[in-house]
Design a protein around this ligand. Sequence first.
Ligand code: BES
Ligand code: ZN
Ligand code: ZN
Length: 490
Amino acid sequence: MNYTLETINAKTFEGNLIYLYGDETAARDLPLGRKEIEEVRKHRERERDFVLVFDRLPYHLYFVSFDSERQAPDCQERLRCTATRVLRMLITEADADAAITASGTLPEEVAAFVEGLTLADYSFDRYISKTPHHLQNLAIDSLFLKPDELEASRRLWNRIFWCREWVNLPVQDLNAAQFADELSSIAADLEGVSCTVMDLKQIQSLRMGGLLAVNRGSSDEPRFVVLEYNGVKGGRRKASTSPICLVGKGIMFDTGGLNIKPGDYMCEMKSDMAGAATMASVLFAAADNHLPVHLVALLPMTDNRPAANAYAPDDIITMYDGTTVEVVNTDAEGRLILADAIAYAAKNYNPQLIVTAATLTGAAVRAISTFGIAAMQQNADCPMTMLQLVGDQVYERLVQFPMWREYDEMIKSKFADLRNSTMSPQAGTITAGKFLAHFAGEVPFIHLDIAGVAYFTKAQQYYREGASGYGIRLLYAFLQMQEMIEKGKK
Ligand code: BES
Ligand code: ZN
Ligand code: ZN
C-alpha cells in the first residue's frame, strides 16, 4: 500500500473518502447534506459505533462513527477493527484508492484506524493464481499525522507484513537454510545490523545438544542465526552496553517427531517458527527506525521430523551449557532448541534481559484462547510490568503465569538433570517456561508463549486466517519505552 499525506478538504474532495467522526461536540465541516446529517444523528442516538456508506458518484463516502469517550486503548482497538470492516467494503466495491480525514478525532485515533486498514489488507496470496484486490493508495489528511511518524509506522507494518509472509510459507519453500539466507540478505542491506549464520558443523562444535537432537530426524541442515543491532554505538553511551537478547523458536515444521502429532494437530505447524520470525522482525524494525537500543536476536532453526535416525524418547542429551536432559516426548522440541540459544545468550552477551517468543505449548491456547500471550518471568518483575503496560496500550496483551518453585519438581528427571516434559497433563505452559528459565540462570528472563496468537485458524480482529505477526508491535513499543526511560535517567 502507498501512503501519502495531503491536505484534504472533505467537502470538496474528489475520490473515495473515509471520514472518522468521534466527538460531535468537537466535529466541524461535515461533508454531508442536511438529510445525511439527520441520518447520522438518528443513528448516533441509538449507538455510537457504525459505518454508513454514502454514494458520491462515482465515489463513495465511508462515514465512520465511533465513541471517543472510551479508554484510549479500547477506543483505538475498536477503530482497528472498524477499519477492517471498511476495508472489506472497499474491496467489495473494488475501490483501490481512498483518502482519510476526520473531525472530533485525535491523531492517535486516525493512526490506529490506518494501522487496522493496513493489517487487515494483508493476505497470503502468493500461491493464488488470481491475485485478490488490495487497497493500493491511501491518502491521509496531514492534519493528523506527521511525515516522520507515518514513515516509522510504515516501516514497522512492513516488518509485520514480512513476518506474516514467512510464517505462512510452507516448509517446502522455507526451510532452516532458506530462512537463514533470507535473514542474512536483509541484514546485509540494513545499517547497523550484523548477521552470523552457523551451519551444522559450527552448531556441532558449539555442542548445542538440543538443536542437534531435534535436527537428527530431518534431511535439512539446522541453522543458528545471530542478528545484532547496536543503535547506541557511537552515541553518548558506551558501545558495550549490555544488550537485550531476543530468542525465537524456529521450528520450520513440527511433526512432533517420533511422538508424531495425531490427526489434524499437525496442520498449521509450518507456523512453529513464528517466534524466530517475530524476533527477527522486531530487530529489523528497530534498525529501520534507528531506535537507540542494543539488541541481539538468537534464532535456532530446524524442522522436527521422525526418521530412522530421529531422536527418541528416553534419549539423554547434553545441552550447550552442560545440563543433561532426558527426552520424554519428542514433541516438546521447542524448549530444547530454545534452551541452547538462551544459554548461549547468557554466556556470551552479558544481557540485561533475555526475552523469548515461542509457539511453545498447546496448553497456552487452552488456558487463554487466542486473545493474548501467556507470559512468565524470572528476575524480571519490572520489565514484565512494563511489557504488560505497553501490551495493554497496543492491544497485544499478555497475562502473567506464576513461576512458583514447586513446579521445578515436575521437570526433574531420575536419570538426568531435567526432563523435557512432565508426566502429568497439568501446567504445561508453566513447566515449559520453567524449563527455559533454568538456562537463563541469573539473567533477567521473560518468556512469551505465543502459541495462541501467532497463527489464527479463523479470522479475528483485523487478521485473516493465518499468520498475525502478533508480538511485534508489543516488543517494538517496549523498546520505544526503554528509550524513554533512558532519556529520563539523563
Ligand atoms: N509447536 C507445539 C505447540 C503448539 C500447539 C503451537 C498448538 C501452536 C499450536 C509444541 O512443540 C508442542 O508440540 N508442544 C506439546 C508439548 C507437550 C508434548 C509437552 C504440546 O503442547 O502438546
Ligand atoms: Zn512439538
Ligand atoms: Zn513445536
